[in-house]
Design a protein around this ligand. Structure first.
Ligand code: GLU
Length: 494
């Protein structure tokens, strides 16, 4: 029997998500319990949205949690390279096979044609998808258009009738009608593969035996199975894990809950506690114990114990578990070491010190001035926001607009934060001093403190977002109706 090989295949297009860590953990436990390998592959085919920083953050987050990979970037094995942007030639060769067999075809349809097709299908209440227009082009016509240098994509053929059936390790038989499956683009007009194509080629070449991933991919699985069939390859076993949910059962989202592993690291959670908590997402130890290490999870792992009801990612429960780890597992000496590592991170301190140093006269002044860098959410009450010019409604607007603006920042540094807030002040026709007031209270918790712009830049978006949202809540919150009005006004600001 082939050795079990699983993988996590994140796209480096954002913050390292706790959902990625959760899926990585289950993949790692499954593979390691069977003596197999856990592989990390970076799916950076979206060249516009992928960034080196995001990739680095994802690698760091997985390492911090102890989710080390047996093969992947920085740990090359025989199936590398493990970054899709370095595998272009492999996809080029493989698409030729499907073009030659006629299972993939070139499509020259313009964006306008596809738009109007979609429009017509929607109006006629039909399912939306490619209509096969270019499927019937003659070889001569294709050659002529290629010689002419016409822009095109490469799509896959999809059966028009019948169903795709596959066995999901957790869900049993899944049946999806082919009529619901679009003739997926495999190669984009810039020559790069899409997720679907690169993912299948790589899972095969990397000898992945089990694809354990989030349930949002179930509807893509027929396309993948079809590609395996076209290539004549044996598909892996699929297993779609339930998605993490907010306490209100909606899909876990950063609008409601911090989702970045970086947030939990910055908030002083212990990696082993966060990892343990992720292990409790839809899974239980046979003994029922709630506190367990990754090694214990590996030793006792059994995928069939995963329950499909959406697991709730509840920060209060995580707090409880983290506290238990701190009290039960750390000696005083270990606690000092852990706290010092977390709080006195040199790189972070080197940014904080210039802000604090210029405002102190004695070392005893430091803690008071700089404590907000080490604290979680500041202790606030509504009266903390009293201000001569700004009423509560305006302050809520400033806080919400600042949050939306900051979330859009492509680069996170002092100058970008400053420009962003200056721009907002100008758009709202509010003096920058006044605009910064509620942000100051929200971020530093005090009316007098270090520069709020620098502080936001140092604290980063995750912590800043949490504090801005906390301030909004302290000021009475924003109702759904108010949010709609604010959104409209925000859009009109441009
Ligand atoms: N790149 C995909 C993602 O970002 C991988 C999905 C899969 O595991 O197939 O989630």
């Amino acid at each position: 029997m082939n050795p079990i090989r699983t993988r996590i295949a994140p796209s480096p297009t954002g913050d390292p998500h706790v959902g990625t860590a959760y899926i990585a953990l289950f993949n790692r436990c499954f593979a390691h319990q069977a003596g197999g390998q856990f592989i990390l592959r970076i799916e950076d085919t979206d060249q516009v949205r992928s960034t080196a920083k995001s990739e680095q953050d994802i690698l760091n987050a997985l390492r911090w949690l102890g989710l080390h990979w047996d093969e992947g970037p920085g740990c090359e094995g025989e199936c590398g390279p493990y970054r899709q942007s370095e595998r272009t030639a492999i996809y080029q060769t493989h698409i030729q096979t499907l073009l030659a067999s006629g299972e993939a075809f070139r499509c020259f349809c313009s964006a306008e044609r596809l738009d109007s097709l979609r429009q017509q299908q929607m109006e006629a209440k039909q399912s939306v998808g490619y209509d096969g227009h270019c499927l019937h082009l003659s070889a001569a016509e294709v050659d002529a258009r290629l010689a002419n240098g016409e822009e095109h994509v490469i799509r896959m053929r999809v059966p028009v009738e019948g169903d795709c059936e596959f066995d999901d390790l957790l869900r049993g038989k899944v049946t999806i009608s082919w009529s619901q499956i679009d003739m997926q683009v495999l190669i984009k007009s810039d020559g790069n593969p899409t997720y679907h194509f690169a993912n299948v080629v790589d899972d095969h070449l990397m000898r992945i035996t089990h694809v354990i991933r989030g349930e949002e991919w179930i509807n893509s699985t027929p396309k993948h199975i079809l590609l395996y069939r076209y290539f004549g390859w044996t598909p892996p076993i699929f297993c779609h894990m339930p998605l993490l949910r907010n306490p209100d059962k909606s899909k876990l989202s950063k609008r409601k809950n911090p989702t970045s592993v970086g947030y939990y690291q910055a908030m002083g959670y212990l990696p082993e506690a966060l990892l343990n908590y992720l292990g409790m997402m839809g899974w239980t130890m046979p003994t029922g114990q709630e506190k367990f290490t990754q090694e214990e999870m590996v030793a006792n792992f059994d995928l069939s114990r995963v329950s499909l009801g959406g697991p709730i990612f509840d920060i209060e429960k995580l707090d409880w578990l983290n506290g238990k780890y701190i009290r039960e597992d750390l000696s005083d000496e270990q606690f000092i070491a852990r706290y010092a590592d977390w709080a006195f991170d040199r790189q972070k301190l080197l940014k904080i010190v210039p802000l604090v140093k210029q405002r102190v006269e004695r070392l005893t002044d430091v803690a008071d001035l700089g404590s907000f860098f080490l604290n979680g959410l500041p202790q606030l009450v509504a009266t903390s926001f009293e201000h001569k010019q700004l009423d509560t409604e305006t302050q809520l607007k400033i806080l919400q607009f600042a949050l939306w603006q900051l979330e859009q920042l492509p680069h996170w540094d002092r100058d970008s934060v400053e420009q962003c807030l200056q721009g907002l002040a100008a758009a709202l026709q509010i003096k920058i001093r006044d605009l910064l007031f509620p942000l100051f209270i929200a971020i530093t918790g005090k009316a007098v403190s270090a520069s709020v712009i620098e502080s936001i830049a140092i604290l980063g978006i995750d912590i800043s977002r949490a504090r801005l949202r906390h301030a909004i809540a302290v000021l009475g919150g924003i109702s759904k109706k108010q949010a709609k009005t604010l959104e409209r006004e925000y859009r009109e600001l441009g």
